[in-house]
Ligand binder design. Sequence first.
Ligand code: NAP
Ligand code: 8YV
Length: 329
Amino acid sequence: MTLDLRSISILVPGKLHEHAVSRIGKTFNLVAIDRIDPALVTADLRDTVRGIAASPAIGGSFVGPDFLRALPNAEIVANFGVGYDGVDAAYAGAHGVMVTNTPDVLTEEVADTTLALLLATLRELPRAERWLRDGNWVRKGNYPLSPLTLRGRSIGIFGLGRIGFAVARRLEAFGVSVSYHNRRRAEGVAYAYHPTLKGLAEAVNTLICIAPGGAATLKAINAEILSALGPEGVLVNIGRGSAVDEDALAAALANGTIAAAGLDVFADEPNVPQALLDAPNTVLLPHIGSASVHTRRAMADLCVDNLVSWFSQGRALTPVPETVHVKAK
Ligand code: NAP
Ligand code: 8YV
């Protein structure tokens, strides 16, 4: 006998991937509000909502204590994305609410994008393409040689987790050295470990950030770290914009403290600081690390599979560490 989940109300606040919305609509009783805002929670929603499916990274909204208090019967928050800095998971865990994310299914895609962004930044690929499209190849001749190259670089990974490892594996094939900084040394790993981010930045000339957002990494890449990276230095950020002091980065790019930056993520998306837009030595992407049809669909499926598993079998497939202890009611 299959369990009928259609009596269970799942709230979708704001935009969510359309495949996730479609599956939730077919499986559960889908209810929607325009954004993550406790003021939009009606008395009916307050009484009936048992789960939330959200993509809180988009538009800077946050599933925090106020929103969770407004939905006292919500048992689970299914976060669309592996990074869950848009959900107060510690609060949820302390109040018996499960939080799930979408790890692994996006790892290889994001690692591919990271290598593409690194190479585009070093070899100036977007500017070289513009040179061709603007007719300069015909009018002026060859595009100038790129001052930067991946050859001979030493790479430091800030956040050697699932995606960080996938990036490191790719970098090995490119024949460059890899070292890393995490809070803890990763077991069974041959890459050189640096117990501080400053130590890593001093040891390398290329820093790739794939660490999570949140308070622990807020503006961790600041003027001191950029200065340690040095004038040949290149920063690639594919983790979270909040981990970089963007004012310090813009200054470092303008005054030659570092050479270039490739950024997929920003502190206040979709707003990008004018100084980074104006800088000739940046490559800027609109948070597309995982953004292929293939991978976003897999993320949508995992987001919804967590809800289905929670309500039909009483267990989450991919709980975040802060809520692994939470049991189904
Ligand atoms: P993960 O497996 O949990 O890896 C995170 C790594 O960061 C771990 O090795 C962790 O090691 C380290 N870390 C965490 N907090 C740290 C801190 N305060 N200081 C130093 N190191 C710290 O996660 P993942 O699946 O690789 O994803 C990583 C992040 O990538 C996500 O959280 C998300 O923000 C970002 N992301 C971006 C995109 C995009 O489209 N641009 C796509 C997917 C993911 P320790 O615990 O030992 O410190
Ligand atoms: C998503 C991401 O684009 O998974 C993450 O942490 O940053 C991206 O894969 C984002 O979460 C969508 O909201």
